[in-house]
Design a protein around this ligand. Structure first.
Ligand code: URA
Length: 291
């Protein structure tokens, strides 16, 4: 079995074990289920195809181990925002070798503090040596709305808090415009350490860090997730289309909804685009007011 296959298989096993499904056995190597990135896309489905509310059936697990992998998902389509039940979280991306480290066992819902403790003085990826501070996330642990950005910049790295620089100021202003308070929402990023020179986080960095993000979302159980910019959309929703094409639309993220919009830093560089950010924030506000 090659490394990639092992990683995919491990991600599946962790996912099922977190759902309480255990007792797997190994058959012929070389066939595994949908990789986490495809799973993310599967969870980002239109409302017409209801998202899974529970663990997939044992038959599917056996099928996964024994033969053909599940079909790739239909690309997600935007949906109208209905009333959301509990959040279904995608399986975490692999961060260690299945045959070298046992997955962490957790029973019951975790708190944000527990997840932070588990993160510790994280050295799981190559961002660790150059970061100053881990920027875990900030806000209401029971927020209805979670903002997900790309990664800390210089100001965030300095202060250990997300969105406190120029982009953060714009985010604050947008929230204010539609009557949202920063302390009522939760703000975090797809990676918790500053990428050198503010470059886009790389896949291995996102793979190491995003399991913590998903655990945070699971702990918070928001009604709405707002992905700020293309890297957040790619990571959380598995959508690779251009942000300007898919922004302002609601997607299913498990039982929660997710909306993609442009990153505030993009608006700082293109001030005429502020109106689209404002438009999307009005949608967020309308969604939160509904039901
Ligand atoms: N940009 C981001 O994506 N995240 C931050 O926390 C700050 C700026």
């Amino acid at each position: 079995m090659d490394d990639e296959t092992r990683k995919e298989l491990k991600a599946w096993l962790e996912f099922y074990e977190e759902l309480g499904i255990e007792g797997f056995y190994r058959r012929e190597p070389g066939t595994v289920g949908t990789p986490p990135s495809l799973e993310a896309a599967r969870l980002a489905q239109p409302a017409a195809t209801p998202p899974p509310k529970q663990a997939p059936s044992p038959e599917r697990i056996t099928g996964m181990a024994a033969s053909a992998p599940p079909k790739p998902p239909t690309p997600p389509k935007p949906v109208a925002p209905p009333t959301p039940p509990p959040v279904v979280i995608r399986p975490p991306a692999p961060s260690f070798n299945l045959f070298e480290a046992a997955p962490a066992r957790r029973s019951g819902p975790e708190t944000l503090e527990q997840i932070r403790q588990d993160l510790g003085d994280c050295r799981r990826c190559k961002l660790a040596p150059t970061r100053k501070t881990i920027v875990y996330g900030e806000g209401n642990p029971h927020a209805e709305l979670v903002f997900i950005g790309e990664g800390p910049g210089a100001d965030e790295d300095e202060q250990g808090l997300p969105f406190v620089g120029r982009a953060g100021k714009l985010l604050n202003r947008m929230m204010q415009t539609v009557g949202l308070k920063r302390e009522d929402v939760y703000i975090c990023n797809i990676v918790k350490c500053r990428p050198p020179g503010n470059r886009t986080p790389e896949k291995d960095e996102v793979d190491s860090c995003s399991p913590f993000l998903y655990r945070q979302i699971e702990a918070i159980k928001p009604r709405l997730i707002c992905c700020l910019g293309a890297p957040a959309v790619r990571t959380v929703l598995g959508i690779k289309e251009g942000i300007t094409k898919i922004r302002g639309q609601f997607y299913n993220f498990g039982a929660a909804k997710a909306l993609a919009t442009v990153h505030p830093a993009y608006v700082l560089r293109n001030p005429r685009e502020e109106k689209i950010l404002r438009e999307d924030f009005e949608k967020i506000c309308d969604f939160l007011k509904s039901s």
